[in-house]
Design a protein around this ligand. Structure first.
Ligand SMILES: NC(=O)c1ccc[n+]([C@@H]2O[C@H](COP(=O)([O-])OP(=O)(O)OC[C@H]3O[C@@H](n4cnc5c(N)ncnc54)[C@H](O)[C@@H]3O)[C@@H](O)[C@H]2O)c1
Length: 259
């Protein structure tokens, strides 16, 4: 199967790097017009910017420099997609960063920085998307738009030392469920993907390294997760193949949460 997102307009937050980059690449290669909303176009892991790769391949993609903790910036990114391409079919929220460790090691600043992006950023992008999508003509399947939040199985697989991050991701899970319930009548589908230990560029902050190593050690499956594993699941949930799936959480974690 090819062109599974042909003609759809998708906005991917955090699409410059890691999982968001893999999702943006996969969506565009499946025929979507992709808007990458990120604070930078340059992947910290190195290499060409996502949009440059897609330009070279003749795919439709634009980069929109966005601070996802800013209401004005985030609303402008959603408006940019809708104004330029006529509608917004899919929002994927991947941008998130976790700071701090256990609650006793978490400063108020670290707590606020974590929630500003991982919760408020998801809230702002999702609110703007729901407002935009609710006014659009619905597809044959009755869907006006799809929202996909990237969570984390720290919520289900107890992870020590991630107080702010785990709290943020729990909030994202619940926010996605509320969107699914409150806006089903508006034709909005909303789901969560929980990636497990996915090999991406990492900072060398000790708590981040420790959390990644712990998750990898607890993963039953025999190889590390790849950003493409998450992109494959995102593709399904963003496509017309998924319409009666809403308010759900799909783990892409090699069995981590089940362990
Ligand atoms: N990598 C994993 O193992 C893993 C596991 C579970 C969940 N996740 C989740 O997957 C998502 C992506 O993770 P990743 O590892 O690919 O991350 P990443 O660090 O590679 O990418 C995050 C992106 O967010 C962008 N960003 C950061 N702050 C921003 C801001 N204020 N405004 C706009 N953009 C901003 C960064 O520039 C970057 O491109 C996150 O939600 C993360 O919690 C990742």
């Amino acid at each position: 199967m090819a062109d599974r997102l042909l003609g759809k307009v998708a906005l991917v937050t955090g699409g410059a790097s890691g999982i968001g980059r893999a999702i943006a690449l996969r969506f565009a290669r499946e025929g979507a017009i992709v808007v990458i909303a990120d604070q930078t176009d340059h992947p910290p892991e190195g290499g060409e910017p996502t949009r440059a790769i897609l330009d070279r391949e003749g795919r439709a993609a634009i980069f929109r420099k966005t601070d996802l903790t800013s209401e004005a910036d985030t609303e402008a990114a959603v408006a940019c997609a809708a104004d330029r391409f006529g509608r917004l079919d899919v929002l994927v929220t991947t941008a998130a960063i976790g700071w701090g460790g256990r609650i006793t090691e978490t400063t108020l600043e670290a707590w606020e920085r974590t929630l500003a992006l991982a919760v408020t950023g998801v809230f702002l992008a999702s609110r703007a998307a729901v407002r935009q999508m609710s006014g659009q003509v619905e597809g044959e399947d009755g869907v006006r738009g799809r929202i996909l939040a990237v969570g984390c199985p720290t919520v289900t697989a107890t992870a020590p030392g991630t107080a702010a991050f785990a709290a943020a991701k729990a909030a994202v899970h619940e926010l996605a469920r509320r969107i699914a319930v409150d806006h089903a009548a508006d034709g909005i589908v909303c789901n969560v993907i929980d990636p497990g230990a996915i090999v991406v560029h990492r900072s060398n902050r000790p708590e981040e390294v420790a959390a990644a190593e712990r998750a990898a050690a607890r993963t039953p499956w025999r190889r590390p997760g790849r950003p493409e594993d998450v992109a494959n699941a995102a593709l399904f949930l963003a496509s017309d193949e998924a319409s009666f799936i809403t308010g759900a959480v799909l783990a892409v974690d090699g069995g981590l949460a089940a362990h």
